[in-house]
Ligand binder design. Sequence first.
Ligand SMILES: [Zn+2]
Ligand SMILES: [Zn+2]
Length: 81
Amino acid sequence: MLCPICNGLEQLTAICPVCSLQTDDYGRLEDFAGPYAPYQPDTYTNNETLPSWSQSEQSCGHIVYCSNCVKSFEVSVSKWH
Ligand SMILES: [Zn+2]
Ligand SMILES: [Zn+2]
């Protein structure tokens, strides 16, 4: 199982749920939620509070950013076999 986004096989294209504009790929959720990440949402202080899908074998958690809303969103990317 591999994530096509992490491996550069595909571009992450996600639409902002608020304004429906194209968002920018901001990297992996784990990188943002990691112990040394500069950006650490309050809800992700440790691995136990991560959403179940982010630790799943089937999907990879990514962060996208909407420059229009100035907000970041979580996206679950299905891994390839
Ligand atoms: Zn990934
Ligand atoms: Zn937006």
